[in-house]
Write a protein that binds this ligand. Structure first.
Ligand code: SAM
Length: 372
């Protein structure tokens, strides 16, 4: 039989499998044990449900190679998302108990267990299923029955593998672990066998373990008191609109952008009108959105404007060398409303950051742009 070649490559199929599972179950806190070069973590940072991501590996150097890819990008500061996201990398062994990893919804162990020595493998279930006890555990490992279909594989697929299990061996280990720690396990995999070799099963076998019942708060509190053993080697706190500092920045930027946009379109209209007709505008039919005459409005002070517009007209108006845009008008813009939630919040966010009229009701944008 022809040696099998996977498209997309098998490792990408494994990552895709985890991503699909995350999209389906929407965990908030995900930890990847034996994260290696952080490739899966990098893909998971784009999953919108995840707010906390952690990676653990015994090999600090491997993790450090690409950990910078987990830092926020400049565009993520310019346009922060609503979702908070913290990514942390720890150096440590998966057979050490550390409370940093308590309370996670999903723990993934992709191509990890076959790298564990016999005594580590024996200690692994008590740490992951007994101590960390997440809602879901995903474990992938090579299916040794597939090896004969892979080019160049003699004993194991990798020099560092301590063992490789066939389907029955993995099922037996995983089922025992599930029963012992109160989980239900289902088996699947990625890397389909070629036609005619279906009995071999998937190239990568995967067990999905789901906790039968939640732990009591007492047990979690008790575990939290355990000493930390992991070394934190990387931490990235992503900018989020849930942080008032970033929300204020976003609101102020949006308000200034919208105010300038309104001012520009208004000012261009005025200049066009003035260039085309220099007669008294009061006698002309006015093209202002509010129906007010441009020149007339130019000479009004703010109080007069308010008197004129007794029901608080929300259209922009001219005051001296500035265009004043009522906050009510800005609040009607969907993006502004979405960011602020309430009109009171809009006022709170822009006060002291944006030039306002004396009564605080409008944003003031200067028309002194050199074209006057
Ligand atoms: N999960 C990653 C992936 O799929 O791309 C990397 C898998 S790599 C084959 C196995 C990783 O497990 C290595 O990075 C290795 O350093 C790590 N590892 C081995 N023994 C470990 C242990 N006791 N604790 C934590 N990580 C371990």
């Amino acid at each position: 039989m022809e040696p099998v070649k996977f498209t997309p490559p098998l490792y990408k199929q494994r990552y895709q499998f985890v991503k699909d599972l995350v999209e389906k179950h929407k965990p908030k806190k995900v930890a990847d044990l034996g994260c290696g070069e952080c490739s899966l973590l990098w893909q998971l940072k784009f999953c919108s449900s995840i707010e906390v991501l952690a990676g653990i590996d015994i090999n600090e150097d491997v993790m450090k190679e690409k950990m910078h890819t987990l830092s926020p990008l400049p565009c993520e500061y310019l346009q922060p998302s609503w979702r908070p996201l913290v990514i942390t990398l720890y150096q440590g062994s998966v057979v050490q108990k550390d409370p940093y990893l308590l309370g996670f919804d999903m723990i993934t162990c992709i191509e990890l267990i076959e790298h564990l020595e016999a005594e580590e493998l024996a200690a692994f279930p008590d740490v992951v299923f007994g101590f960390l006890a997440p809602t879901m555990v995903v474990i992938s490992t090579p299916n040794s029955e597939f090896n004969s279909l892979l080019p160049g594989v003699k004993l194991f697929r990798h020099l560092d593998h301590k063992f490789e299990w066939n389907k029955e061996e993995f099922k037996s280990w995983a089922s025992d672990v599930a029963v012992c720690y109160g989980y239900t396990v289902e088996f699947t995999g990625v890397g389909k066998p070629p036609p005619g070799a279906e009995d071999v099963g998937f190239c990568t076998q995967i067990g999905i373990f789901v906790r039968d019942c939640v732990e009591t708060a007492d047990i979690v509190t008790y575990k939290m008191a355990t000493d930390h053993v992991y070394k934190t080697i990387f931490k990235a706190v992503y900018p989020s609109l849930q942080d008032e500092k970033y929300l204020q920045y976003a609101v102020v930027s949006e308000v200034l952008y919208q105010a300038h946009r309104i001012k520009t379109s208004l000012w261009d209209g005025i200049k066009a009108k003035e260039n085309g007709n220099n007669q008294c505008p009061e006698k002309e039919q006015c093209c202002w959105p509010s129906g007010h005459c441009v020149t007339f409005l130019r000479n009004l002070d703010l109080r007069e404007h308010e008197k004129l517009t007794e029901n608080r007209d929300i259209e922009p108006f001219i005051h001296g060398n500035a265009v004043c845009i009522p906050l009510e008008k800005l609040y009607l813009i969907p993006r502004v409303k979405q960011l602020c939630g309430t009109f009171a919040m809009l006022i709170k966010m822009i006060t002291g950051k944006v030039a306002l009229t004396i009564d605080g009701s409008s944003v003031v944008v200067s028309t002194d742009d050199g074209s006057e």
